[in-house]
Ligand binder design. Structure first.
Ligand SMILES: Nc1ncnc2c1ncn2[C@@H]1O[C@H](COP(=O)(O)OP(=O)(O)OP(=O)(O)O)[C@@H](O)[C@H]1O
Ligand SMILES: [Mg+2]
Length: 229
């Protein structure tokens, strides 16, 4: 992997259908290391589908997907899985569990014994609390996630990506249900992760916020991406 010549994400002519209904019709995209890209488009245009393909959760029927220097089609997913943080539209937080536990989960696959016994190392707990602090959440680590506000829950999901040590953050409409001030604070926080070396691809609805904070903005329309700026 050579950051100067390679891209964090590279898609060539990617197509995808659910049964007979074709959603993506030849998507091309290049995202550099440390770059933040927003994807917009009307509901049902295929944004979540596209993000899941980049996360390796769906396989394209045609085309080429290279993520962090690995071709996902030819078995590269295992090499990069731990370095991709995917925040789904529904956030994927575990209700009934604390903010801290939800952050710690990001290392569950690397530390299965700690996950099973619940006996996390002190370093892990300190790192997780530090990640929560970095996203502006102090003193909420023991709170159950369902008692947090929408914005706070979104911050927990971002803290999880930081704690995971992700290099690529994929966020599906991270601010769609938040008031504008909270949305702007969270986008600012997320795009600020570029300074920690992350590349970010986020689905956005608010055009103004997207244009203000992201390096590039694309619209998914008719199954292809076109640049907005
Ligand atoms: N598992 C599935 N099986 C069949 N069709 C699906 C499936 N998932 C999504 N679709 C369809 O594919 C199209 C694209 O869905 P997708 O979720 O990617 O859109 P989206 O752009 O993310 O929409 P939204 O803005 O509402 O989240 C939609 O018409 C949707 O109904
Ligand atoms: Mg969606």
């Amino acid at each position: 992997m050579n950051p100067s010549t390679d891209h964090a994400v590279e898609l060539r002519d990617v197509s995808f259908s659910y049964g007979p209904s074709r959603v993506l019709r030849g998507v091309n995209l290049e995202v550099g290391y440390g770059e933040a890209v927003a994807i917009m488009g009307r509901s049902g245009s295929g944004k979540t589908t596209l993000l899941k393909i980049i996360a390796g959760l769906l396989r394209p029927e045609k085309g080429y997907v290279k993520v962090l220097g690995h071709n996902l089609q030819s078995g590269g997913l295992n090499s990069v899985r731990g370095r991709i943080a995917y925040i789904p539209q529904t956030l994927g937080l575990i209700e009934g569990e604390s903010a801290l536990y939800n952050v710690l989960l990001a290392r569950a696959s690397r530390k299965p014994l700690m996950f099973i016994t619940g006996l996390w190392g002190r370093d892990d707990v300190e790192d997780a609390i530090e990640a929560l602090r970095l996203v502006g959440l102090n003193g909420v680590d023991r709170r159950r996630v369902e008692t947090l506000s929408g914005g706070e829950r979104q911050r927990v999901a971002i803290a999880r990506a930081i704690f995971q040590g992700a290099v690529l953050l994929l966020a599906d409409e991270p601010v769609s249900n938040l008031d504008l001030d909270t949305a702007e604070a969270i986008v600012n926080l997320m795009v600020g992760l570029k300074s920690r070396g992350l590349s970010i691809i986020s689905i956005m609805h608010d055009r103004e916020l997207a244009l203000k904070y992201f390096d590039r903005v694309y619209i998914l329309d008719g199954g292809v991406l076109r640049g907005e700026n």
